[in-house]
Design a protein around this ligand. Structure first.
Ligand SMILES: *Cc1c(COP(=O)(O)O)cnc(C)c1O
Length: 358
């Protein structure tokens, strides 16, 4: 079967050349005599792989030396807890900007550890955050840079005074420029825009975590321990990290994150233009905070939504159904989605509105 245009929100489409390179080296990684999946994480070839992977990420994201890069397991969801445990004492206040499904989950997980509160609480918008909204004694401010489910994105950084700013950039990382220096911690699950599922990347300012982390916090959930051990406190997800390395190299070949951001702006604008000139489609996200990674919209009813999904599928486009609790249509157009796929979707939207049915 042929590869289709895959609009999945995650795990999501990877660049074809990345998959081809992995395929080429799957059985035998050059010079190693075995697959990446079969080699010791402490072997020289693997050390080179993980070092190169980190170095490439540092280049494409301009990560300064006083920031550490660590590869963690447990996805972005484990980062919800890890961030809280490394940046807040048990019972301490923590500000969580809630503006969608994952930011709410982050808030709920943090609440198990500390006294998290919602500094904002919205679904389809990204309210401004000013310093006066932060309660005294707050340990950190947590935002979700790109809201994957309803398709919103921070355009302006929140004010956070002198407390650490933490950003979950799972669905925006490498698709839009992020200056890690604005944050104490940026983290992202890989499977949206960086590689396969099974690894999360955390980039944190060395020395920004609590000096006296609660002894109950497991070693694997301590950023500084992960840094000191080169993400090898235990066996890391070796193949997933290797795949991320291939994606980072690909990003660099495309001209870096700034070029991909321009392309993602163009891709998303194609779809937003169709939505804005339509009587049938309604954008879910408010206009001033629309995401360039996840474009969401609704049709008047379920019948139309299903008919649209059906027609898109016939034209070779899959995984366009909206998030379970949001509904409608969601087109995730991360770096791995070529502009041709977006044009194909835009054409399908226009034809569907004109009354064509396939
Ligand atoms: C997908 C997603 C998550 C959850 O990621 P897992 O790796 O499944 O834990 C968290 N935050 C955001 C913004 C996401 O898009």
């Amino acid at each position: 079967m042929e590869r289709l245009f895959n609009f999945s929100a995650g795990p999501a489409a990877l660049p074809l050349s990345v998959l081809e390179e992995a395929q080429r080296d799957l059985l035998c990684y050059p010079g190693a005599g075995c697959s990446v999946m079969e080699m010791s994480h402490r072997s020289r070839p693997y050390e080179e792989i993980i070092e190169k992977t980190e170095a490439t990420l540092r280049r494409i994201m301009n990560i300064p030396d006083d920031y550490a890069v660590v590869f963690c397991q447990g996805g972005a969801t484990m980062q919800f807890s890890m961030a809280a445990m490394n940046y807040a004492r048990q019972g301490q206040k923590a500000a969580h900007a809630v503006n969608g499904v994952f930011s709410k989950k982050a808030f709920e997980e943090a609440s198990r550890w500390c006294d998290a509160y919602k500094i904002t609480d919205t679904k389809t918008s990204v309210p401004e955050i000013t310093e006066d909204m932060i309660l005294p004694g707050t340990a950190y401010l947590h935002i979700t840079g790109n809201n994957t489910t309803s398709g919103t994105m921070y355009r302006k950084l929140p004010e956070h005074g002198n407390i650490p700013l933490i950003g979950d950039w799972t669905s925006g990382i490498l698709g839009t420029e992020i200056d890690v220096r604005d944050y104490s911690l940026v983290y992202a699950g890989a499977q949206k825009n960086m590689g396969p599922a099974g690894v999360a990347v955390a980039i944190f300012k060395r020395g920004s975590v609590l000096p006296d982390i609660d002894p109950v916090v497991p070693s694997l959930l301590r950023y500084e321990t992960m840094d000191k051990t080169g993400s090898m406190l235990n066996t890391p997800p070796t193949f997933a990290i290797y795949m991320c390395g291939l994606v980072y190299k690909w990003v660099e070949e495309q001209g870096g994150v700034s070029e991909l951001q321009k392309l993602n702006e163009k891709k998303s604008q194609i779809l937003y233009d169709v939505i804005d000139s339509s009587k049938l489609y309604k954008g879910i996200a408010e206009k001033d905070c629309r995401s360039i990674m996840n474009v969401t919209f609704t049709l008047p009813d379920e019948e139309n939504t299903n008919a649209f999904l059906e027609m898109a599928k016939k034209r070779g486009m899959i995984s366009l159904a909206g998030y379970r609790s949001v509904g409608g249509i969601r087109a995730s157009i991360y770096n791995g989605m070529p502009i041709e796929g977006v044009e194909c979707l835009a054409e399908c939207m226009v034809d569907f509105e004109k009354g064509y049915r396939e």
